[in-house]
Design a protein around this ligand. Structure first.
Ligand code: GLP
Length: 270
């Protein structure tokens, strides 16, 4: 596992966006061989999306041959609801880049048959040959996508009930009323994420310090689903110093040392 420790959220966002843009450029995607990108919602990726939009506008990276799969979606929230992940993604990212509408995949939380919707999503990912790079965030309890604590580390896309903690956390987007937060979501599984060729997880702020500690220093455990990344051959955690508060000093120093010059965001756009 690589751990990129940046001073602050701004540099974390620049690093992640520039890394993703470079990976897409190096891949040289075309119509027959698109770059398949997994994407999250939440506040963590907003800075990364902003920099990717800028890089797209400046012509550094194109999304014309990029296919995306989003991580999750609430069940029963109208697609045009302000808090649906569909609305979030178009508002904060897709409307501002040169992506083709048919290349965007977001789970339909209003599908008549939710199980069939989840199975079809896995089939669609497989039809594209799997996900090249999955970008994600984590919840303060260490969940990736909506894989709440004790989700199977072998799970695939399915319906999940949200925990009390997650509903309380997400109520900030629903007038601080947890009763307005949907109780269920469709989510890719832990294994859907770890089956990707590469995984990048953004972790910022003090509230994520325990989750980051469990991800890096704890054992692999279903109680912190993010810890499954320890078994991934190509997992990159991009975090800020605020999120490192629970790490051992030696862990912190090790990653600062080993990543050395790789931390400088200025040199990433060659
Ligand atoms: N399903 C999403 C996750 O994908 C996200 O990682 C998490 C953290 O959100 P934030 O980035 O706002 O802290 O929130 C939600 O639960």
């Amino acid at each position: 596992m690589r751990v990129i420790i940046q001073n602050d959220y701004e540099n974390l966002s620049l690093w992640a966006a520039r890394y993703i843009a470079s990976r897409i450029r190096e891949f040289e995607p075309n119509e027959n061989r698109p770059f398949v990108l997994g994407l999250p919602t939440g506040s963590s990726p907003l800075g990364t999306y902003a920099e990717l939009i800028r890089l797209n506008r400046e012509g550094y990276v194109s999304f014309a041959n990029v296919v995306t799969f989003n991580m999750d979606e609430y069940v029963g929230l109208p697609r045009d609801h302000e808090q649906s992940y569909y609305t979030f993604m178009w508002k904060n990212f897709f409307n501002h880049i040169d992506i083709e509408k048919e290349n965007v995949h977001i789970l339909d939380g209003n599908a008549k048959d939710l199980e069939a919707e989840c199975a079809a999503y896995e089939d669609a990912i497989a039809a594209f040959g799997g996900i090249e790079l999955f970008l994600g965030g984590i919840g303060s309890d260490g969940h990736i996508a909506f894989n709440e604590p004790f989700s199977s580390l072998s799970s695939k896309t399915r319906v999940k009930s949200l925990t009390y903690d997650t509903k309380v956390m997400n109520s900030r987007f629903f007038d601080n009323d947890m009763n307005k937060v949907p109780s269920k979501a469709l989510t890719v599984g832990v294994k859907t994420v770890t089956d990707s060729k590469e995984v990048i997880i953004l972790v910022n702020g003090h509230a994520k310090a325990r989750a980051l500690q469990a991800t890096i220093e704890g054992g692999v455990s279903q109680s912190w689903t993010c810890s499954a990344l320890q078994l991934h051959p190509r997992a990159v955690i991009v975090c800020d110093e605020a999120a490192c508060g629970e790490l051992k000093l030696n862990t912190f120093k090790y990653f600062k040392d080993i990543e050395g010059d790789n931390l400088a965001v200025e040199n990433m756009l060659s």
